[in-house]
Design a protein around this ligand. Structure first.
Ligand code: F6P
Length: 320
């Protein structure tokens, strides 16, 4: 089967994207297929930034963070005329399948291409771990470790100064990073979007904590829930605990992928090629109970995320 496939990365970069690019390229080349790399996501697809990749093009990238292909968010891709330009570029090179690496914005774009007759395969890459049809996304484990590292340092200062620190964590509308990090770091409190935020309960908890003479308190909160600077001011006023807010920001997205992310990306990349070999169309790679699997884009975009959160949330509050 002489196939021509293309690969792009889109949306926020995630550690392990390069490992997945390498896995897809090498597995496809082993099948005797041609592989085209598209630079700068869907924008590059529209602008015709396609280059043929060899085995050597993916050497020395396994351990690098970010994406060697570059990435972009392209809101204009909702316009069918814009997408049509991309499709013409794929046709020009005789490409029959497009592998997209990214999160749900990327999947939305791919689903639209599938509806226009282009076969796409999705590989979930985002630090947020918010994709349906997979227990883990590529990049989550690395970001978690980065956060744990940062919070461990913050705790040293909090404890030395007898302070409360409120740390804002990425995740968009998914609390996995904050919750997992809360367990890893022994935080005093976690606030995640899946659970209603009770401000008064938090303040009362922290007041008790402070009145008991504890040296520090760490609160982890997913971004977009509340203004953390304001929350820090309220906390200090109500509890008399000197309080600071820290927004971890973009240190969470970069960095060399963890071992777990390198393995996950390698497995998922090779599996994407396997799906194409089996003639599967419009599928998104996932891993459930450590077994590789796939769902279609519609399900991945509209289905309900498997709730591992409830169990973990309960564990957090039992052991904090
Ligand atoms: O999806 C990854 C992520 O880092 C989210 O956690 C965050 O909300 C978003 O991307 C930020 O996106 P951008 O860098 O495009 O502003």
């Amino acid at each position: 089967m002489n196939k021509k496939i293309a690969i792009l990365t889109s949306g926020g970069d995630a550690p392990g994207m390069n490992a997945a690019i390498r896995a897809v390229t090498r597995a496809a080349l082993q099948e005797g297929w041609e592989v085209f790399a598209i630079y700068n996501g869907y924008k590059g697809l529209i602008d015709g930034e396609l280059y043929k990749f060899s085995r050597k093009d993916v050497s020395e990238i396994l351990y690098r963070g970010g994406t060697i292909l570059g990435t972009a968010r392209l809101p204009e891709f909702v316009d069918p005329n814009v997408r049509q330009k991309g499709i013409e570029n794929l046709k020009k090179y005789g490409i029959d399948t497009l592998i997209v690496l990214g999160g749900d914005g990327t999947y939305h774009g791919a689903q639209k291409l599938v509806e226009m007759g282009i076969n796409c395969i999705g590989i979930p890459c985002t630090i947020d771990n918010d994709i349906v049809g997979t227990d883990f996304t590529i990049g989550f484990d690395t970001a978690l470790n980065t956060i744990v590292n940062a919070v461990d340092k913050i705790r040293d200062t909090s404890s030395s100064h007898q302070r409360c620190t409120i740390v804002e964590i990425m995740g968009r509308y998914c609390g996995d990073l904050a919750l997992w990090a809360g367990i890893c770091c022994g935080a005093e409190y976690v606030i995640i979007p899946e659970k209603e935020f009770n401000r008064q309960e938090l303040l009362d908890n922290l007041k008790t904590h402070h009145d008991q003479g504890r040296r520090h308190a760490i609160v982890l909160i997913t971004e977009k829930i509340t203004d953390v600077e304001e929350l820090a001011r309220d906390t200090e006023e109500y509890t008399e605990f000197e309080t600071r807010a820290t927004v971890l920001g973009y240190i969470q997205r970069g960095g060399s992928p963890s071992g777990a992310d390198r393995v996950l990306a390698s497995r998922m990349g090779a599996y994407a090629v396997e799906l194409i070999k089996q003639g599967k169309e419009g599928r998104c790679v996932g891993i459930i109970d450590n077994q590789l699997t796939s769902t279609d884009f519609v399900e991945a975009l509209n289905g309900k995320k498997r709730q591992t959160n409830d169990n973990l949330y309960n564990v957090f509050f039992k052991i904090r």
